[in-house]
Design a protein around this ligand. Structure first.
Ligand SMILES: Cc1ncc(C[n+]2csc(CCOP(=O)(O)OP(=O)(O)O)c2C)c(N)n1
Length: 364
């Protein structure tokens, strides 16, 4: 893995690879995950920022990630080596592993995700080749690691660890004002701030509205992978130094609140999440979301994101962005559930990716 130039490993454990996982932090930057598909988003951002990430997970986690592997990696040609502990086929003791594990090769074939199965240490060279192939051919690629590989390894001793006593003293009073402005009015109001910064926009209408208000090389328009706007933004922020702003949505954050955990965990100083809360799945016809009955700013705080604020007008939003404070920042932007009538984005997914990567590599 080191000889392939891998730098960041995003992990979610499997019992069968615990010896391998224990070796990761001493050789790589490790990002422990709470759900694999969130890691796929972070890895995509890291890659576009010029880093070489890989996922190290249980094979079941591929099931959790299939949509985003298709609608992000395979749509934008973004590489991702996935080292997966292949469960369900070799001396499997857990019935719940068997159904999916047995069918995984057929599922990967159907999804046109290349894979190799590694059954003995004689195959190790193939892992290197596969990781390099993933980056060379801009595709996700799965390395299925059989539990047979680890049978002869020495015993594992679990690290000693006790949950520490902790206190949470939150005094929090919030007022969610009635919405008065549309998403497009808010985006137009912050154009001066977004200019020449990296901006990741949520799937659907938010991306089209950003395109209409301010198209620039440093925008990443999401076309699929609902839930990953801020995950991609997190990876971009961790992979380079310029500020990254994500234009996220309430439906998206509620689909993948895991991103709040990973942002709070890694604390990228140069990341600002704007969560446009219209209390609805706006892009699919304004079906109401649970955001109507909760406070997403409080959710961000509960996960441990300290710098949070609300904004319900374009000038409040601009002021929140202009206020100097260390990231990660979470801005809860209250908006009307009204979409603008804006045209489709006339760029292909690969064009969107390539111009962003070119801008980042010339340090725009
Ligand atoms: C996994 C998945 N489920 C459903 C959809 C359909 N979908 C596309 S956009 C969207 C709404 C997103 O809502 P939100 O994040 O609040 O953004 P808004 O459009 O309201 O700005 C939905 C449900 C999808 N693309 N992917």
């Amino acid at each position: 893995m080191k000889s392939c130039g891998l730098e960041v490993i995003l992990t979610l454990p499997c019992d069968k690879i615990k010896n391998l996982l224990a070796l990761i932090p001493s050789s790589f930057k490790e990002i422990p995950l709470t759900r694999e598909e969130n890691g796929v988003g972070i890895a995509a951002g890291l890659y576009m920022a010029g880093k070489k990430p890989a996922l190290m997970i249980q094979s079941t986690g591929i099931g959790n990630s299939l949509n985003v592997l298709a609608s992000l990696n395979q749509t934008y040609n973004i590489p991702l080596p996935i080292l997966a502990s292949w469960r369900g086929v070799y001396k499997e003791a857990i019935p719940a592993q068997v159904f999916f594990g047995k069918r995984l090769p057929a599922i990967l074939d159907a999804a046109e995700i290349p894979y190799v199965a590694i059954g003995s240490t004689g195959d190790l060279e193939l892992i290197k080749k596969s990781i390099n192939l993933s980056f060379r051919s801009n595709t996700p690629l799965v390395v299925l690691l059989s539990p047979r590989l680890w049978e002869p390894t020495e015993k594992y001793s679990s690290p000693e660890f006790t949950m520490k006593e902790r206190h949470y003293d939150i005094t929090y009073h919030s007022h969610i004002p009635e919405a008065t402005h549309t998403r497009l009015e808010m985006i137009k109001g912050i154009v001066p701030y977004l200019k020449d910064r990296i901006v990741v926009s949520n799937i659907g209408i938010p991306s089209k509205e950003l395109y209409a208000a301010l198209d620039q090389d440093t925008n990443f328009y999401m076309l699929g992978s609902l839930g990953l706007a801020s995950s991609i933004g997190q990876g971009l922020a961790m992979g380079q130094e310029k500020e990254v702003i994500t234009l996220d949505g309430d439906g998206s954050i509620l689909m993948n609140p895991n991103v709040l955990a990973s942002v709070a965990q890694e604390k990228p100083k140069n990341l600002t999440i704007i969560c446009f809360d219209n209390g609805a799945h706006g892009s699919t016809g304004n079906q109401q979301t649970f955001a109507n009955r909760m406070d997403l700013e409080l959710l961000a705080k509960a996960y441990g994101i300290e710098n949070t604020v609300k904004a319900s007008t374009p000038s409040e939003l601009l002021k929140a962005l202009d206020t100097k404070c260390e990231g990660p920042r979470f801005i809860h932007a209250i908006i009307l559930a009204k979409n603008a009538d804006v045209p489709n984005i006339p760029l292909s997914p690969v064009q969107i990716k390539e111009r962003l990567m070119a801008a980042i590599s010339r340090k725009f």
